[in-house]
Ligand binder design. Sequence first.
Ligand code: FAQ
Length: 309
Amino acid sequence: MELEAEFERVLAADQRVEPRDWMPDGYRRTLVRQIAQHAHSEIIGMQPEGNWISRAPSLRRKAILLAKVQDEAGHGLYLYAAAETLGADRADLTERLITGRQKYSSIFNYPTLTFADVGVIGWLVDGAAICNQVPLCRTSYGPYARAMIRVCKEESFHQRQGYELLATMMAGTDAQRSMVQDAVDRWWWPSLMMFGPPDAESANTERSVAWRIKRNTNDELRQKFVDMTVPQAAKLGVTLPDPELRWNAERGHHDFGTPDWDEFRRVVGGDGPCNAQRVAHRRTAHEEGEWVRAAATAHAAKRAAREAG
Ligand code: FAQ
């Protein structure tokens, strides 16, 4: 009881819960679920853009894209490490991902058809990720909050490179401009779905907000993203594909249309355009990396034996 009171005190004081502190089982389970999904998203999220590294239109764009995709690997690693502080086993999490028992963000199940998609992922997908992750810098679990601070700094660079890429294309030819508009049309609604189901259908939000794991609800963050993105779209000269999108002076926010939640459920359920390909690719990479893990384990064992003897 005393331990539980201390846990509640830490939350109420907006302090951080640390790995060795007592925490309710449900709090630990929720964190492992969210952090693992987040880590998996970063790792699977390397694939759509990775698809364009070898075909980037210049050395500069290739170097930028390579750095961005590499950052995503780093984010995945920080997050797996944060999950490990809760007692999760990294190999087990990977196994759950490649056997379809754990989720990753719906957004990465859509294909990247042209180089404009790289810009739109930076602008919209990283933009949505930042909106969602900045409040997570104040999440109640210390290692997750600290990982988010660094991740957010890198995501800001990602978002700006996307916007800059698109601004460059929009200043180019008509064909380039229509390529950008086509990419915006395809990615806008999936980006809104990144924030999760509407609050009324979100099974976890109420509990997670009470535990201060989530600092905002899904709908609050979705609204924030729309409000932030509309002026950027105007500046770029692209149209967001939503006829219901308009400023509502009374609310002080933009009104917007309803995402296709049936599509969201299908994609999360495994039936999106690229789900099978994404998981198969991850599984192959894992299997082909077996020798590296074996060599690293053997090396660590030899070193430990040397140090002991
Ligand atoms: N996709 O009750 P809620 C990035 C699931 S950013 C798939 O509302 P919760 C950076 C949810 O897990 C992307 N599944 O759930 C990058 C739950 O299922 P469960 C990753 C989704 O957790 C950029 C069920 O639906 N960011 O990677 C989605 O309270 C560019 C009911 O939903 C994060 O993970 C979805 N979109 O709220 C990388 C941020 N939405 O587990 C490369 C941290 C919901 O009960 C390139 N996560 N579900 O079986 C969060 O903030 C939360 O987990 C939410 C969902 C907001 C995503």
